[in-house]
Design a protein around this ligand. Structure first.
Ligand code: PLP
Length: 389
């Protein structure tokens, strides 16, 4: 196989690349004039990128009033803010649910609270990439107050049945925070009708924004106590944080070049059409899986992902070595090892890690075919007498 002249990027679940040109243009444009932010400048020559991005995100996510979309640094920041804000004023016995599919952005804040004896935590299992809603119902206790769970697994690419799980939780008066880091931009979302209390997104993955942007949708602002305080450019004589949205949760100067980029990324998705993006991802993912299944020593961790995320091991060669060969011999950037979701790896590879390929709208059919051939070639050459490490 002839190596391609340019790098093939198969690590979009970590952060997407390339970005649409309109995204790069938006960053440049936003910095070409002083920013306009009501209450923070007498100038009026620039655009109010923050308000504009809020409108764009709220329409894209069908998230109701734009002020219910809050901007943060990333999904991790959003999850910390929501988890802390939800738990900070709870007293007495407080039981929280999460899942073994979840990312460390969920698991670590919750385990920290558990270590401090502020919550009791139950981690629910998954089978074939899915958390069974019945398992959720069976785990509910009188003191269960909150569930925090991923929408799409960053390792297995499976999308959870949030509608069913959210309905069960709400029937018991339990609050649901959904980590949508891997779903926003990949699948259509209608947050107003989805039974979630908060939905977290990140800017730099499938929404095509740049790092340092993200946020969350919050249905009922009163349900979460603010944990950050500071200047908002409004009600400045008050020494206390304003209670209105979005100021209740946003303090300090926004990353407005990042938010201009995020709005441009979302508009780009709307121009192409999210159904078009999802359909091509489905087709390319199915092709890649079919190809890898032709080699008996390739073990897929999940063979029917809903997202363009394919995770595998090759018997006879360690996952890091596969990644090294893909990069050096074939010019393919993948991700290997543990993908910040340790409990998933416990199930699928005994904690030794795996190779992950993740696609985006910018991944071409030729790149997918080339990658499939490269992985198959590595598998054919692997010493099948050695176990995966
Ligand atoms: C499922 C999931 N949750 C959370 C995160 C954290 O995202 P961010 O980098 O925006 O903090 C990631 C990204 O790796 C993820 O895949």
């Amino acid at each position: 196989m002839n190596p391609p002249t340019r790098m093939i990027y198969m690590n979009n679940a970590a952060t997407s690349w390339p970005k649409p040109h309109v995204v790069l243009d938006a960053v440049r444009q936003s910095l070409s004039l002083p920013v306009f932010g009501s209450g923070r400048t007498t100038g009026s020559q620039g655009d109010d990128y923050v308000t504009m991005a809020r409108d764009v995100l709220s329409r894209f996510l069908h998230a109701g009033p734009p002020e219910h979309v809050i901007f943060t640094q990333n999904a991790t920041d959003s999850l910390n803010l929501l988890i802390q804000g939800f738990l900070s004023e709870r007293e007495g016995d407080c039981h929280v649910l999460t899942t073994a599919l979840d990312h460390n952005s969920v698991l670590r804040p919750l385990h920290e609270y558990e270590r401090q004896h502020r919550i009791r935590l139950t981690v629910l299992p998954f089978r074939e990439g899915m958390v069974n809603p019945d398992t959720v119902e069976a785990a509910i206790q009188p003191a269960t107050r909150l569930m925090v769970m991923t929408h799409g697994s960053n390792v297995l690419g499976s999308v959870q049945n949030i509608r069913r799980i959210g309905t069960i939780l709400h029937d018991h008066g339990i609050y649901l925070i959904v980590d949508g880091a891997q779903t926003a931009g990949h699948i259509p979302l209608d947050l107003e009708t989805l039974p979630v209390d908060a939905y977290v997104f990140t800017g730099h993955k499938a929404l095509f924004g740049i790092p340092g942007t993200g946020g969350f949708y919050l249905r009922n602002p009163a349900s979460v106590t603010p944990v950050r305080f500071g200047g908002t450019g409004t009600d400045s004589f008050s020494l206390f944080q304003p209670t209105g949205m979005p100021e209740r949760f946003e303090a300090g100067t926004h990353n407005y070049p990042g938010l201009a980029a995020l709005a441009a990324g979302v508009r780009y998705i709307q121009t192409v059409g999210i159904d078009t993006i999802a359909a091509r991802a489905k087709h390319q993912t199915a092709f890649l899986i079919h190809e890898l299944q032709q080699e008996s020593n390739i073990f897929l961790s999940h063979d029917h992902p809903d997202l363009p995320i394919i995770t595998f091991n090759i018997r006879g060669i360690g996952n890091d070595d596969v990644g090294f060969i893909l990069a050096r011999a074939y010019g393919i950037t993948a991700r290997t090892g543990l993908h910040c979701a340790p409990l998933v790896h416990r199930e699928i590879d005994g904690g030794s890690g795996s190779v992950r390929l993740s696609l985006s709208w910018f991944t071409t059919d030729e790149e997918v075919a080339y990658t499939a051939s490269a992985v198959r070639e590595i598998a054919k050459n692997a010493d099948s007498s050695v176990r995966p490490s």
